[in-house]
Write a protein that binds this ligand. Structure first.
Ligand SMILES: Cc1cc2nc3c(=O)[nH]c(=O)nc-3n(C[C@H](O)[C@H](O)[C@H](O)COP(=O)(O)OP(=O)(O)OC[C@H]3O[C@@H](n4cnc5c(N)ncnc54)[C@H](O)[C@@H]3O)c2cc1C
Length: 387
């Protein structure tokens, strides 16, 4: 039986502070993919026996089996360090891939791919985005295609910004087929996959980096198809609903920790005869950050309640993704400002957080695209209501 929720939350905070945070100090600014892989594996050895491994996943797969309305609180705690989600095996993209495989994969695929992923023995990636003129914000621009020749699938694709691809054991790849978009599960050591480059990016704490991949004349069989051909977009959505929310949870942890650093600094630092904490403009930045973090937590909790009822959470996940990603960026930026030159330095992790959080406004759907979808749904409802 699991300990009660307050105990689990306290244990997660203690694990992050005592086991994970000390490892952060080994890296100032830059971290190589090799270093990140090593620290990830070492932390997972401790994470696996911490009693906090995979809070949201079923007990059969080694998780705690918590409902989302409870698990999200552990995700936020783990998210206080960039290495925390790695330690508990709840980092992207593996966490989203586990969810999708759990829901859609057949018994054989679960045994081959999901079980080692949940055990932390392997990493995975999700290959959807393509270089122009392929799919980016608009998934209907998908160029990757697979056709059947003599009973075997032949897949051709160029993909980029595929997080975790370097060192991953397998990828889920979205491609057009005559039935519609289809997801295939492909081992990354396949000779027809070329890792063209690890793309240099602003962020550095994503194991396996963000990679450009080429799939040329890749031969696959029906056993490599996830679920049914033609249901690829539906499955991608099954993955994205909770995956968008778990990004919100993890990054909210970073905003909360940044605020702790900024508050501690403001209480100590004198300026114009009083502490920064006594300066009204600093107070406003602190107050606004608390308000927006509270609103973010409330939105996440609400969306988790819908997920726990087994209902689709597309609209709420979109609104939450936009609000939380903008909140996290605003809060980390304010905290860095409050800390002045110390914020810019690598003496504190806030400068690194600043670099890491920026991409969240772009991936999992750029915020502008979410706003477009939210507005479209709103107008559809307005039309249905009539005037
Ligand atoms: C760090 C990082 C990790 C990623 N990891 C993965 C991964 O693991 N797997 C994967 O498949 N992909 C991944 N991606 C890709 C990500 O999903 C795409 O960046 C995203 O879908 C946007 O596509 P794009 O970059 O091609 O932007 P584009 O489609 O070129 O759009 C550029 C910008 O145009 C604007 N825009 C686009 N459409 C509209 C519109 N309708 N209205 C208003 N403005 C609009 C937005 O501001 C958008 O940011 C990752 C990206 C990043 C940055």
């Amino acid at each position: 039986m699991n300990p009660d929720l307050p105990t689990l939350i306290a244990q997660t905070r203690d694990f992050i502070n005592s086991v994970v945070v000390p490892r952060e100090r080994e890296f100032s600014g830059q971290i190589s993919l090799e270093q990140l892989e090593t620290v990830r594996s070492e932390l997972q050895v401790l994470g696996r026996t911490s009693g906090l491994w995979l809070p949201h996943l079923s007990k059969e797969l080694g998780g705690l089996g918590l409902p989302w309305t409870q698990a999200y609180q552990l995700f936020i705690e783990a998210g206080r360090s960039l290495l925390g989600p790695q330690a508990l095996n709840i980092a992207a993209p593996d966490e989203g891939n586990m969810h999708l495989l759990h829901v859609v994969a057949n018994t054989e695929q679960k045994k081959r791919w999901l079980e080692p992923l949940a055990a932390g023995l392997v990493r995975s990636c999700f290959s959807m985005t393509e270089p122009p003129p392929g799919a980016g914000s608009d998934p209907s621009m998908l160029q990757a295609s697979a056709t059947k020749v003599d009973g075997k699938w032949q897949l051709e694709a160029s993909k980029w910004f595929i997080s975790g691809a370097w060192g991953a054991a397998f990828t889920l790849i979205l491609a057009k087929t005559p039935e519609g978009a289809t997801i295939f599960i492909v081992p990354m050591n396949h000779p027809q996959i070329t890792l063209k480059r690890v793309i240099p990016t602003l962020d550095h704490f994503s194991p396996g980096g963000h990679c450009e991949l080429e799939f040329a004349h890749l031969e696959l069989t029906d056993t490599d198809v996830l679920g049914e051909p033609g249901k690829g977009f539906e499955y991608a959505q099954i993955r994205l609903d909770p995956a968008r929310l778990t990004h919100c949870m993890r990054w909210l942890g970073i905003a909360i920790r940044s605020l702790e650093f900024a508050e501690a600094y403001a209480l100590q630092r004198q300026s114009f005869g009083k502490t920064l904490a006594e300066q009204q403009m600093v107070q406003q930045m602190i107050a606004d950050s608390h308000i927006e973090i509270h609103a973010s937590r409330t939105m996440i909790e609400h969306a988790c309640g819908i997920l726990d009822k087994g209902q689709r959470v597309r609209h709420e996940a979109s609104m939450t993704k936009v609000f939380v990603s903008e909140t996290v960026n605003k809060v980390v930026d304010r905290c860095l400002q409050i800390m002045g030159s110390t914020g810019i330095s690598e003496d504190y992790p806030v400068s690194q957080f600043y670099k890491e959080v920026r991409a969240f406004r772009i991936y999992d759907g750029a915020n502008e695209v979410h706003r477009m979808s939210i507005a479209r749904r709103a107008f559809r409802r307005a039309e249905a209501r009539g005037t």
